[in-house]
Design a protein around this ligand. Sequence first.
Ligand SMILES: N[C@@H](CCC(=O)N[C@@H](CS)C(=O)NCC(=O)O)C(=O)O
Length: 203
Amino acid sequence: MKLFDGGRAPNPRRVRIFLAEKGIEVPLQPVDMGAMGHRSEALTKRNPLRRLPVLELDDGTVLTETIAICRYFEALHPEPPLFGKGALGTALVEMWQRRMEMHLFMPVAQVFRHLHPAMQEWEVPQVPAWGEANKPKVMEFLQFLDGELADRPFVAGDDYTVADITGLVSIDFMKPAKLTVPDGLAHLARWYHAVSGRPSAKA
Ligand SMILES: N[C@@H](CCC(=O)N[C@@H](CS)C(=O)NCC(=O)O)C(=O)O
C-alpha cells in the first residue's frame, strides 16, 4: 500500500491527519505538486482526474477522494471512531463533515484558486469575480460555526471527528487564500486552539 501525498495541499493533509489520529502508518509517496507532479503520466494513470491524494493498495486497486480513503481506514481500524458511533452519531458526523466541506472548505478553495497568481496554471480559466464572491460565504459560515461551537467542544459533538479535520484544514487553508478569521469569534477560537494543538495537526 502507498499513499501518493501532496505535501502542503489541504486534501492530502486531511488524510495524513486522519491517519495520525488513528495511529496508522502508511508509506507515503511524495508528489511535488509545485512541479505539477500530480499531472505526471504515473499519477494520471492512477487517477485520470489528476488530483491528490491517491491511495494504491497492494493488489493495485486505486482509491481517490479524501473521504473515501478515510472511510476505508475507518472500516479497517474502527478505533477511535472518527466517523461517529451509532445511527445518530454517524449521521451527525456525516452532516457536519459535509457542511464543513461544502460551506467552508470549498469556498476557501474557490478564493484561493481563482485569485492566487500561483493558481493560474491550475484553475483554467481563473475567474477572479468568483473568487471574490466566495469571500463573504466563508465569513458567514464562520459566524454560524462560532454559534454552533458555543455549546459543544467539537464540530459534531463531544468527540473529535473527521468534521474537525476538515474544519482545521479549511481554516489553515485560509492563510494562502489571504483570508483572515474575523475577531470576536471566541468559540471558534477556542475550538481552533484545541484542534490545532493536537499532535495530528502537524501531520
Ligand atoms: N475531491 C477530491 C479533491 C482532490 C483535490 O482537488 N486535490 C487537490 C490538492 S488539495 C489537487 O490535487 N489539485 C490538483 C489540481 O487542481 O490540479 C478529494 O476530496 O480528495
